[in-house]
Design a protein around this ligand. Sequence first.
Ligand code: NAI
Length: 332
Amino acid sequence: AKDPVRVLVTGAAGQIGYALVPMIARGIMLGPDQPVILHMLDIDPAAEALKGVKMELTDAAFPLLKGVVATTDVVEACKGVNIAVMVGGFPCKEGMQRKDVMPRNVSIYKAHASALEQHAAPNCKVLVVANPANTNAIILKEFAPSISEKNITCLTRLDHNRALSQISERLNVHISAVKNVIVWGNHSSTQYPDAKHATVTTNSGEKSVRELVADDHWLHTEFVAIVQQRGDDIIKARKLSSALSAASAACDHIRNWVLGTPKGTWVSMGVHSDGSYGVQPGLIYSFPVTCQKGEWSIVQGLKIDEYSRAKMDATAEELIEEKSLAYSCLNE
Ligand code: NAI
């Protein structure tokens, strides 16, 4: 039998955490033959709730779950973890702007970075979910310099999956037939969902989504807007932000990263920019990536038209601003 993998979930008593931990314990993140030990971190006000989650995990009698650490101590939470899913953070409440919560999140991600740097297993893979996800990941990278930049990523897979689902509805095909959409840039309203390279598998082979939709105007306007606003629509409907779809996307992200992407398929991940597609090096920017042997690489050579170029630059601009705002909080 395989040795268990230690998976950290921060903010584990929150909504995404509550949906995510049973998925991990069921093998949805790492596969049905991979035992896991869950490390759950939350803060003092949520300590009782966290205990409750631990009790439920025990009661669920998951065959793959070999242990549970539930704690409010960051060091204990990070000890020996192989995978870290960072969901904990200070939320942007109604009437608040991103810049109001930046100082709080910068100090949280600075502290979590140091704990991971000192106590996580070597080669630990990190996924930041909490918003502002790309910029929290930059801070984490800054304060965990011994963790390879290749191992620090942020979640844009939910946006990617939303883009797949919009194409599937528009073309009336099953979602499993659609692939290779791209979400470029920031996990925010400036993200650029791009279906110009996407394809649909049909009985007569692979067809280009662009040809099947036959309407660039729709791809440039409604499609982009629906994907960008989907999170807000869910908040309106549920009075809470997306949780089960976010948890599922986090599992998809880690599973593809660790176990690989199918041949001919790419996915979107927020990763360290090496300057590909003219994106400023050092930003954490969402790119199309393929994964093999536990490593992602950015898909190269896609043709970028003028429309896409402008959208990709606008979201990069926003990330550059967020980054400088975050660094200015460090100096306060
Ligand atoms: P939530 O408020 O239900 O849960 C957050 C949890 O984090 C709470 O239990 C809170 O006590 C905990 N927490 C706060 N500070 C902490 C700290 N310093 N250490 C450990 N835990 C801490 O929020 P929800 O709905 O679970 O969302 C979590 C985050 O994920 C939010 O920032 C949200 O904006 C983000 N999100 C990101 C998505 C993405 O696609 N990247 C999609 C949906 C949500």
